[in-house]
Design a protein around this ligand. Structure first.
Ligand SMILES: [Zn+2]
Length: 118
């Protein structure tokens, strides 16, 4: 490559790039040191803690959904039990009713379809 005289502005740019390069190298070596100092056991604990928190959140959400369903299907008669869906397949089609385990109330049999909620 043929050498050519550099303008002052080009020299300035080289200075800036060199300075940035030095700064980046410093940052990389600091990060390397930090990474090498990470306590693997503690990191594992942290991960387990986060996983446990995720599991707990999911369980609580499921419990909330179930509680809402239980409220929605509270037995009309005893107000204690929950009306549970039972599906009956017969020769004349699929039917359903709901049954309370507390008082034994049974709703009347109706034709089952996809829109029946549980
Ligand atoms: Zn009941």
């Amino acid at each position: 490559m043929r050498r050519r005289r550099m303008a002052d502005s080009e020299l300035d740019e080289i200075q800036i790039v060199r300075r940035e390069n030095r700064k980046l190298k410093q940052q990389i070596s600091q990060l390397r040191k930090q990474i090498s100092r990470i306590d693997v056991d503690r990191f594992q604990n942290l991960k387990e803690l986060l996983d446990a928190q995720d599991r707990q959140d999911a369980e609580e959400a499921a419990a909330r959904r179930q509680a809402e369903l239980d409220r929605a299907w509270e037995c009309w008669d005893c107000r204690q039990g929950t009306l549970k869906l039972s599906i009956i397949e017969r020769r004349d089609g699929v039917w359903y009713n709901r049954y309370c385990q507390e008082c034994g109330k049974r709703t009347k049999l109706q034709r089952y379809n996809d829109k029946v909620k549980n």
